[in-house]
Write a protein that binds this ligand. Sequence first.
Ligand code: NAP
Ligand code: G4F
Length: 373
Amino acid sequence: MASKRPAEFEEETKDGNGPKRQRKVALITGVSGQDGSYLAEFLINKGYVVHGIIRRASTFNTGRVEHLYKNPMAHFEGDNFHLHYGDMTDSTCLVKIISEVQPDEIYNLAAQSHVKVSFDLAEYTADVDGVGVLRMLDAIRTTGLASKVKFYQASTSEMFGLVQEVPQKETTPFYPRSPYGAAKLYAYWVVVNYREAYNIFACNGILFNHESPRRGETFVTRKITRGVAKILLGQQEDIVLGNLDSQRDWGHAKDYVMAMWMIMQHEVPDDFVVATGTVHSVREFVVASFKHIGVDIMWEGKGLEEVGKDKTTGTVRVRVAKKYYRPTEVDFLQGDSTKAKKILGWEPSVSFEEMVKEMVESDIQLMKEHPRA
Ligand code: NAP
Ligand code: G4F
């Protein structure tokens, strides 16, 4: 099918060999999410024209990318940024968008990304996070772009689940512990298979947890920093959490989208672990967040009875509820990104403490301006 890319992105070559591409074109699924929004900014700054896929929703879901397309002259279009309605469950729209956009690079970040929710929406999660990736790869073949386009898959440390080795690296055996982890494992392998079977430049970035002020509100880090901000401003009494003892290797989303791009610039398609190597518990995240508002937390009790109290006033600020526990938990994740460091030259730049501070400060500002947020 012929490209319908707007003319400003193409220019006739002097030798008369037809239009020559001036700027790289990227297509991002999940562009309205935390990573999608940072990646869009990153690529636009690198001179790319970015196309993003968004879902139709009954309320606006484009808050994280509004600043990129807000242009009074165009609906959903800036000069460098274009949005298309689509869904990972709809093959026809994926073929249509890829055919129209003719991307050089596709970053597949769309997912039902909440692990706990995947136990309730197991089949849907498999459809979007697993089969959706197959749909994207087949759309690449259908549009005849298999030998031209590069494909990035948002794989995850959740595939390591019940960890078989510490720390986890590219060769560590997988053991997913949720419908989400299992769906992502299918996606991981179908990417490897299409690379080997059809020679597609397809890569897996096996990213460990990464956070930011744009993190979804129901993931534990953002739930904590929002809660701390609201407590400081007198808008909330306490934060109710699940397993305080699970441990994660938390990095900053901005560092991780740079790793995605670096993976795609490597000469050969490959799979990389992206992590900081540093581990903290949920409990430590709570303590570090409260520290930024001058509150020392002391712990009392055990299991569901445990509480975190303000050491000075004795006020209970953290409680535990069973509903936030998962049927099967991933207790500990620690990544070894030696391969990404050596081959790509990638390094994380934001420390745990800096990230917690940024998230707490951003939420304080947000809650001051929008107390009902
Ligand atoms: P996120 O904030 O939850 O964003 C997910 C994106 O996927 C959103 O734009 C969402 O659209 C979109 N989406 C969901 N279902 C879709 C569907 N059926 N069709 C099309 N789009 C759909 O996730 P994130 O933290 O940015 O993560 C990005 C990707 O990396 C995800 O695939 C996630 O599983 C993976 N990952 C994340 C981490 C992490 O720590 N953040 C670590 C490893 C891997 P709406 O805005 O409309 O909901
Ligand atoms: O913040 P979480 O929900 O992230 P989780 O489950 O690690 O998944 C995130 O990271 C994955 C990479 O490893 C991504 F693939 C995935 O898409 C997502 O971005 O939970 C972190 C830990 C868990 O052990 C959870 O049980 O925090 C524990 N936790 C304790 N209380 C809680 C809560 N998690 C949530 N969401 N809410 C709580 O109240």
